[in-house]
Design a protein around this ligand. Sequence first.
Ligand SMILES: [Zn+2]
Length: 51
Amino acid sequence: MEFEFDCWCCGIVCAVWGKPVGFWKEEYELAAEWDCWSCGAVNITPDEDED
Ligand SMILES: [Zn+2]
């Protein structure tokens, strides 16, 4: 499943792949860091809000 995050540097939307790891519930493992495809800045994956 792909998640979309805004690059902190240029603000463009980047798609980050999350590997499905949950068995009983939907849970995805995302890379802690990823490079913006547009400007190349390293972004930190924000923590998911739990509610
Ligand atoms: Zn960027």
